[in-house]
Design a protein around this ligand. Structure first.
Ligand SMILES: Cc1cc2nc3c(=O)[nH]c(=O)nc-3n(C[C@H](O)[C@H](O)[C@H](O)COP(=O)(O)OP(=O)(O)OC[C@H]3O[C@@H](n4cnc5c(N)ncnc54)[C@H](O)[C@@H]3O)c2cc1C
Length: 398
């Protein structure tokens, strides 16, 4: 037994009970540095190597105590840790870990989704501040957000990936106008965000000027990793925009095995085979995610996270079809009086979140092809051309 495991046992024996107030427990866990075990001790971590961290997480799970796992699941604090100045970290790390700051991701634009490097939202320096103009879209959670992680073009004369800077934009200011969009599920969790002469201090820049593309890779890797993980309670739930968009991610094989029993279809060999296939895919994906976490801990943004996210999208679509079959004709019903089939319809539509949000399935396949399988890169004729001269980039804003 390692020192950390022994200490965790003692901490839980002294402090944990299932009746504890959730917020109070969260504060205790964060301040006692159990929430992000792999992070440096000065920023709420314990500098633990991955295998020791896993042992400690297992101890918390055995006690049924939530708390650890934010070093993998909290994309806001993770990005801040990697690229924020010490002043920003001192101000935001703890509130982020305590979920006291609401955040959103200001990446996608009407003309830049899969091709994110084609963004046209522009930040222009004005003394110690930047003035931001442009439009973002599909921004989950923007209505309630205090801050947005913003990518904006700061140099139109650089090729498209190299003229982008990453900011921590205050959302509650006159230049930020958020308008909700209705989704296929009926929710209106994502939004259009119109930005007109909004201001952000240069102290709220993450990473170097014009190096935002690399900050973005870290943030995207966190997001994809969260989306690739299945959960059975315990551990830190996905947070902020990611959570707002999909809630907690289920282990559909287990949920559907219970449903098969309830519907009297558990002994049907064809159903059993499909349940088993789903189970195997989910377990293999969980193992893959462990690999991705280990790489991320070593400071890399791993393409393995793309593999996990793609696999999770496929698992959820497959689970949706199987659930429909288990429910039978009742699956066609909807509305509050048909709770089970209403939830089924919701989750089947929501599975598309996993196929689109955080980069589409096709884009994950491109990443896997190029960066894992070593296939030739997709042709990119505008890669080295100043963005001002790129067709569709254009200089209409700059
Ligand atoms: C539920 C949800 C929540 C979201 N939340 C956020 C958020 O909080 N913040 C944010 O910034 N964005 C968010 N998004 C936006 C999301 O990241 C984009 O929708 C996504 O990256 C795709 O961009 P697009 O919609 O512009 O589609 P496009 O890029 O126009 O793609 C259209 C189609 O073409 C395919 N395609 C495009 N390029 C290629 C290529 N090179 N190779 C193969 N196929 C290609 C795509 O796979 C897709 O099928 C969210 C989306 C959803 C669905």
């Amino acid at each position: 037994m390692t020192d950390a495991v022994r200490e965790a046992e003692e901490f839980l024996a002294t402090n944990w009970s299932r009746s504890r107030d959730a917020n109070e427990w969260r504060r205790l866990v964060v301040d006692a540095r159990w929430a992000a075990l792999r992070w440096p001790s000065e920023w709420f971590g314990r500098d633990l190597p991955d295998d020791e961290a896993k042992d400690v997480e297992a101890v918390f799970r055995e006690h049924g105590a939530p708390g650890p796992g934010q070093d993998v699941a909290n994309l806001w604090a993770g990005t801040m840790l990697a690229y924020g100045s010490d002043e920003l970290k001192a101000r935001f790390m703890r509130p982020l870990l305590l979920d006291e700051v609401a955040m959103c991701l200001l990446y996608s634009e009407p003309g830049a989704g899969s091709d994110l490097a084609g963004i046209r939202t522009t930040a222009v320096r004005d003394g110690d501040e930047w003035v931001v103009n442009g439009q973002k879209v599909w921004t989950s959670g923007a209505r309630d957000a205090d801050y947005g992680m913003l990518i904006a073009r700061t140099d139109w004369d650089q090729p498209k990936h190299r003229g982008i800077t990453f900011f921590w934009l205050p959302m509650r200011q006159p230049g930020v106008d958020v308008r909700p969009l209705r989704q296929a599920t009926g929710d209106a969790r994502f939004n259009e965000v119109f930005i007109t002469d909004a201001r952000v201090s240069d102290t709220h820049r993450l990473g170097d000027l014009n190096k935002g593309w690399w900050v973005l890779q870290t943030a995207l890797a966190y997001e994809r990793m969260v989306m690739g993980v299945s959960r059975r309670g315990g551990g830190a739930a996905p947070r902020g925009a990611t959570a707002a968009a999909h809630g907690s991610i289920p282990t559909p094989d287990i949920v559907l095995t219970t449903l098969a029993r309830q519907m009297g279809k558990y002994d049907d060999p064809a159903i059993r085979q499909r349940l088993m296939r789903l189970h195997c895919k989910r377990v293999v994906n969980d193992l893959n995610t462990e690999r991705a976490k280990a790489v991320a801990q070593a400071g890399g943004s791993s393409p393995l996270a793309s593999l996990g996210k793609l696999a999770m999208a496929m698992i959820l679509h497959e689970a949706g079809h199987l659930e429909g079959e288990l429910l039978g004709a009742a699956a066609t019903l909807d509305g509050d009086e048909f709770e089970r089939s209403r939830d089924h319809n919701y989750s089947q539509l929501n599975a598309y979140f996993f196929s689109i949000g955080g980069g589409t399935d096709q884009i994950q396949r491109n990443i896997i092809g190029e960066r894992i399988l070593g296939l030739p890169k997709e042709p990119e004729v505008d890669r080295d051309v100043p963005f001002r001269e790129v067709r569709g980039g254009g200089a209409t804003i700059a």
